[in-house]
Design a protein around this ligand. Sequence first.
Ligand SMILES: Nc1ncnc2c1ncn2[C@@H]1O[C@H](COP(=O)(O)OP(=O)(O)OP(=O)(O)O)[C@@H](O)[C@H]1O
Length: 360
Amino acid sequence: MARIELDLAHAYRPNPQQDSDYALLPLTMAFEDGGAYALLGPSGCGKTTMLNIMSGLLVPSQGRVLFDGRDVTRASPQERNIAQVFQFPVIYDTMTVAENLAFPLRNRGVPREQIRQRVGVIAEMLDLSGQLNCRAAGLSADAKQKISLGRGLVRPDVSAVLFDEPLTVIDPHLKWQLRRKLKQIHHELKLTLIYVTHDQVEALTFADQVVVMTRGKAVQVGPADALFERPQHTFVGHFIGSPGMNFVLAEVRGGNLLLAGQTLPLPAEQSLPQGPLKLGIRPEYLTVVAPGSPGALPAKLRQVQDVGTHLMLTVELSGGQALKARLAIDSPPPPPPGGSLWVQLLGAHTCFYAGEELLP
Ligand SMILES: Nc1ncnc2c1ncn2[C@@H]1O[C@H](COP(=O)(O)OP(=O)(O)OP(=O)(O)O)[C@@H](O)[C@H]1O
């Protein structure tokens, strides 16, 4: 296994001039040995580009890739000793499941008995033990992709295993099981795993550290709770969560916060720079409170959706800005749509942003 360091940028076109010319803007990042990482972001944000640069399928247009301090920028995937799992199964249909799993080990001249043991362990982990002697050709798409996952995980000596949206072809029910399984496998095998996905649930279930990307930029690297509680960038607030964070344009003037045409006195301990900023609050923390509560503003209730596990309220501040508030199903019933209520905007979970960046 290896500690992977990136200090690079990548543009597919020559002579990049502006940010939009880069698939990956200049970044410095380290993936620790034995960690479980996810690269998460919308289509086109640069996840696959980053993965391909790590695997050696792509040479960055500037900068370096280090594996345990060794410069591997121009080394092939084989030289880097990387295993990869792609979106679609890459297996040999004419071989049995056991032969498929054994293939990467046999290729490296691993002794027979060791191969047998390791294939047994991996098959057990992926619930493939009962199919070891079946020919791959006759199996379902799910089972074939499990073999691909197994082939990626079977070698204990790899620098890292890279997954590019590996559960795309998997049935939704099995997907849920496999996500959890991969997490468990990570704890047992202690391999460095890097997993590309645009699905936040997949990333947050699997990874200890999630790299959130947008427009060629890694805007935050952190565990699930940090991404939820303290999004470092408005994109993280917006992208993580369902629905994402509410944002309200505001201005600090003296000891007050002006927003939605109203004035909220800031608590004495709150130190914010004077001038414009954005207030961010997650629907989970936008609570309905008694009229006139400190840090709260009046709003109109526009819509109530019963989502089964909770109520999702749409409220509107004066000036017309709509916010989402998530209410526990056993909370006191909200007023009828069109009615007035007060919502708590200032509190321990409120974040403030200058431009798109979180203020300390
Ligand atoms: N071979 C290529 N030549 C030119 N531009 C490319 C190439 N591959 C990717 N790009 C561009 O680079 C940017 C990042 O693409 P990349 O595939 O890394 O994103 P991604 O986050 O993996 O998206 P997706 O989930 O859709 O694969 C996009 O604007 C894409 O159009």
